[in-house]
Design a protein around this ligand. Structure first.
Ligand SMILES: [Zn+2]
Length: 468
């Protein structure tokens, strides 16, 4: 093969996430470890494999029949293409095979349009439209064409990458869901696993199982946690449908710090030990904890901290004492605040010191009242500043544990809680840290049923604030 031909069959990575997922899927289909090692010969093997999968549907009467996986998927991926024309029912298997083969073949060089590929700038082999380019293949490359234009010019390796994209995605519920990242080293094995799953699904009998909560977000969380190297870029979840009935595209990003922190929960011993407890804190009535953790990791990372505190407060309200889980959760909560919520390490340490002073104050005897007062002051409509003013006097008068300063709330701590963009997160961290410090001190509230009920109510109120 000449060098020029070799280049024409070389798969390059472009700025289009779908093309990139497809490029790695082609490498996986050709069973090549690294995309750079994909030779022209192996590229052809991969495209032939894809065409063979489509050709196998020629003998299938209906998409729901055995062997109809790619025919079924084609309505969502490639509507009005040669695999699923309106007249399909009247065509013979031989006619179907002929049309599919023609669709997927590389056009003759003599027929090339003489314009560059809009993804990679190499000579395009044809103008392509909605049939071959899923909606929003990248934000700059919409698949709707303006009147008078002939579509989007693409070279053969780029269009083949788009055809391969569904192999690197999970096809279910009328959508294709793919994991993408600009970290190529991460994207390669994640796509390879997706391809293996898709190939297995295409072979398996059609199953109608009810999906769990946030299955696609959960799949990203699992992929990130299973990954063995550092994640160097954010991880995107792309969900799309190119069908006639519903054109849909949604991209969500799990930021790099969240992804890397989630991965750390499988590596660092203390974080790994507390992970299940963290998962438990994230659950809701109808949503398992890990699914909700995954969902929040995309859309609302702060909610993970708030939900953790709310869970512990719910437990306080249920049993009247401080739940011991606080200790196991501590390494996760502190690292999360620093690595994901971007809190300064020194600030987190300050909040921890303040929490120990508060725990010494609130836990000086077994009366539950003072702890209840602290939680009420933190709830919506509570006056935390007023509470600190009155407690500062107490602190000054009381015998303080050795090494603790006379000032309960120094000006730096005041700023963190009352005059900072992250004041609300700092306050929730303080509530968490106070509970942790009370557990460490072995504090158990004792009092009348009424008094214990009172702290249960205060805890429940504060937990509600964080749940809504
Ligand atoms: Zn190209």
């Amino acid at each position: 093969m000449t060098d020029a031909l070799e280049r024409q069959y070389q798969v390059l990575l472009t700025a289009s996430p779908l093309q990139r997922v497809g490029a790695f899927a082609l490498a996986a289909l050709a069973k090549v470890g690294h995309l750079e090692q994909l030779t022209a010969e192996q590229f052809k093997t991969a495209t032939t494999t894809m065409t063979r999968h489509l050709l196998a549907t020629a003998d299938v009467a209906k998409a729901a029949d055995a062997g109809g996986f790619w025919l079924s998927a084609s309505y969502m991926l490639w509507p009005n293409s040669k695999i699923n024309p309106t007249a399909r029912g009247k065509q013979s298997p031989a006619e179907r095979r002929e049309l599919i083969t023609l669709w997927r073949a590389m056009p003759d060089a003599a027929d090339w349009p003489g314009v560059p590929c809009s993804y990679c700038d190499r000579p395009a082999c044809k103008w392509f439209g909605k049939v071959d380019i899923p909606l929003g293949a990248s934000s700059e490359h919409r698949n709707t064409t303006a009147p008078g234009h002939e579509g989007t010019p693409l070279c053969y390796p780029c269009v083949a990458s788009l055809w391969a994209f569904p192999y690197g995605a999970q096809l279910s519920g009328g959508r294709a869901a793919a994991i993408h990242s600009w970290d190529d080293v991460f994207l390669a094995p994640v796509t390879r696993m997706a391809v293996q799953r898709t190939l297995a699904a295409a072979q398996a009998p059609v199953q109608k199982t009810k999906p769990g909560s946030y299955p696609r977000e959960l799949a990203v969380l699992s992929a990130v946690r299973a990954y063995g190297e550092r994640v160097h870029a954010g991880v995107e979840l792309i969900v799309l449908s190119n069908s006639n009935k519903e054109q849909f595209l949604r991209t969500q990003e799990m930021s790099q710090p969240v992804a890397e922190w989630l991965r750390s929960t499988t590596i660092k011993t203390d974080r790994r030990a507390g992970y299940q407890a963290l998962v438990t804190t994230q659950a809701a009535k109808a949503v398992p904890g890990e699914a909700f953790l995954a969902k929040r990791a995309f859309g609302d990372p702060t909610a993970i901290l708030f939900r953790t505190t709310a869970y512990l407060l719910d437990r306080v309200s249920a049993k009247g004492g401080i739940p011991v889980e606080a200790t196991g959760l501590a390494p996760l909560v502190y690292s999360y605040c620093i690595e994901v919520l971007n809190m300064d390490e020194k600030d987190v340490a300050r909040i921890g010191d303040l929490a120990r002073r508060l725990a010494a104050l609130l836990g000086q005897d077994s009366r539950p009242g003072p702890f209840g007062g602290f939680m009420r002051a933190n709830a919506k409509g509570g006056n935390l500043y007023g509470w600190f003013r009155s407690q500062s006097v107490e602190w000054l008068l009381k015998t303080r544990p050795a090494g603790m300063p006379r000032t309960l709330l120094p000006v730096e701590d005041y700023r963190l809680l009352f005059d900072d963009d992250r004041a609300w997160s700092h306050r929730r961290l303080l509530v968490f840290s106070v509970m942790e410090a009370l557990v460490e001190a072995g504090w158990e509230p004792k009092g009348s049923a009424e008094e214990l009920e009172d702290i249960a109510d205060a805890a429940a109120n504060l937990a509600d604030d964080d749940t809504n």
